[in-house]
Write a protein of this length. Structure first.
Length: 183
């Protein structure tokens, strides 16, 4: 028997992680009626990730709804060498602010709970993150997704500017070489 927060590769190529379950109570004449809300992050560990929110009277049903919503709301994130982000980025949602930084090989995922789930399902192996402000998992996940949507690859930048990706990447190393020669 697999726990709901563990990876599930049975029916598809997607991996899903349970981030948070919230129990709410409605007081009625006979007592309390409990409902559950689940936040799930799903991804293919190859540059695609999505999050979903599901509500139901039972926990498994809420998780199922959230997983389906996560698979419907996928975004593609360009990764450098398939292991880290191309550049640093910031995102915010509500009071949640996150800072994402690319990292050298061997660093690992240095991130808090909700952000860690996003990067594990995205397929990132090396990243350093910082969450500032709220620790609300919903706002942290949404802020992380905003930051990931703002990331661009050198290929995308080159296409926008009408140049080649090698020209964009070449300037970075030639500028560094000039600065080292001058300094």
């Amino acid at each position: 028997m697999m726990r709901p927060d563990q990876q599930d590769k049975g029916d598809s190529e997607f991996v899903d992680k349970l981030v948070h379950i919230n129990r709410v109570a409605k007081v009625v004449k006979g007592g309390r009626r409990f409902g559950f809300a689940a936040l799930v992050v799903a991804g293919d560990q190859n540059g695609r990730v999505g999050y979903g929110h599901g509500k139901a009277r039972e926990v498994p049903e809420a998780i199922r709804k959230a997983t389906e919503a996560a698979k419907r709301n996928m975004i593609r994130v360009p990764l450098r060498e398939g292991r880290t982000l191309h550049h640093d980025s910031k995102g915010h949602f509500g009071a949640g602010r996150v800072l994402l930084r690319s990292a050298p090989a061997g660093t690992g995922i240095i991130a808090g709970g909700p952000m860690r789930a996003v990067f594990e399902t995205l397929g990132v192996q090396d990243v350093v993150t910082k969450s500032v402000g709220t620790s609300n998992p919903y706002n942290m996940v949404k802020a992380t997704f905003e930051a990931l949507q703002n990331t661009t690859s050198p290929r995308q930048v080159a296409q926008k500017r009408g140049k080649k990706a090698s020209e964009i990447l070449g300037r970075r190393s030639s500028n560094a070489a000039k600065e080292n020669a001058d300094g």
